[in-house]
Write a protein that binds this ligand. Structure first.
Ligand code: ATP
Length: 329
């Protein structure tokens, strides 16, 4: 059984500099075993560099990483043996079939041919490619290639799987299938999955915890609930209210309510800054006064808004369209 308290990845003031650029800046990352962890951040935030250090593919400038008890700099082979890595652009031999490619990976990893054959059959089924195993990879769609990439990683039977932007360029149906599969790898198999992504809504669907990266620094980390709480503690709670009728008396009623610090209009929404969540009292009061609340929501409850607000605090990450630079949606 998985020990939920153990961190399979832990970094200690990990730094990577490329000349004058600090790609990763005193990173202290903790990834609990058996979870799906999302490394979230725009292009150039330092996600790939972090992954390369975890895999022992590039050396830290200072600090260190520990992966399943091993330092990737000192024990690269031990780390390699238990980690499966799916890069953002998986390379296969296009003229070979899916099965042949997997067999090649199995050979490279010293897996006996008889065991490899059985495992390949199993992993192809697992990723939904049983019928396509004998087709050349050149004929595969991008989504199929990604699933073959996961099969390729699973051939090694790794404890930890690291994926760099796994859903890029895949259609919505393919994305859904891939996300379900990633979730299963943690929930059913007990593996740990670390995903680097800039696609917030996808991360939100499948990750137990997220870490938000800005300019090589982890500026927030934890479960979605914890991130919401951190925001709520730091800023005051904000409620959005729309009620009928929408008149001046509505403002006076809300102003007089205990726990309301501030009020303002945003188009037809009344925004109430509060010390605590006063929604229940607010609804009682409004209905007793003949108002009908048609919209009442607590702000900052989606990862999108958490992400945007953390980035807003960091300043210059917005393009002219007001959306995060490097974000597609
Ligand atoms: P992306 O999604 O675009 O890959 P990322 O979050 O993975 O973004 P990194 O690729 O880790 O970010 O890059 C972090 C910073 O380090 C960037 O400023 C990048 O230009 C720089 N960088 C990365 N690799 C090198 C390298 N080999 N030499 C010099 N600078 C590099």
């Amino acid at each position: 059984m998985t020990n939920v308290n153990k961190n399979i990845i832990e970094t200690f003031d990990l730094v990577k500099k490329y000349g004058p650029i600090t790609a990763v800046d005193k990173l202290n990352l903790k990834v609990p075993e058996g979870t799906v962890y999302g490394l979230l951040g725009p292009n150039g935030a330092g996600k790939t560099t972090t992954i390369l250090m975890l895999l022992g593919l590039t050396e830290p400038s200072s600090g260190k990483a520990i992966v399943n008890g091993y330092d990737p700099v000192r024990n690269p082979l031990e780390v390699k043996a238990m980690v499966g890595y799916l890069p953002d652009n998986v390379g296969f031999y296009d003229e070979l079939t899916g099965e042949e490619n997997l067999l090649y990976t199995a050979q490279l990893n010293g897996i006996e041919p008889i065991i490899a054959q059985k495992r390949i059959e199993h992993v192809l089924k697992r990723v939904g490619l049983s019928k396509d195993g004998k087709r050349k990879v050149a004929e595969y769609s991008r989504g199929m290639r990604q699933r073959l990439g996961i099969a390729d990683v699973l051939v090694k039977d790794p404890k930890l799987i690291i994926m760099d932007e796994p859903t890029l360029g895949i259609d919505p149906k393919g994305i859904r299938e891939l996300l379900n599969l990633i979730r299963e790898l943690a929930k059913e198999d007990g593996r740990t999955v670390l995903i680097s992504s800039h696609l917030l809504h996808q991360i939100q669907q499948i990750c137990d915890q997220v870490g938000i990266f800005v300019k090589g620094k982890l500026i927030a980390a934890g479960t979605l609930k914890e991130l919401e709480q951190q925001l709520a503690d730091r800023d005051r709670l904000q409620l959005e209210l729309k009620a009928i009728p929408c008149d001046d008396k509505l403002l006076t009623i809300c102003e007089g309510l205990d726990g309301v610090n501030n009020l303002r209009w945003e188009k037809d929404l009344l925004i109430l800054e509060c010390q605590t969540d006063i929604r229940e009292n607010l609804v009682k009061l409004l209905t007793s006064q003949g108002y009908c609340p048609v919209h009442l929501a607590l702000r900052g409850v989606s990862l999108d808004s958490i992400y945007l607000r953390y980035f807003q605090k960091e300043g210059d990450y917005f393009g002219q369209d007001g959306w995060l630079k490097g974000l597609e949606g």
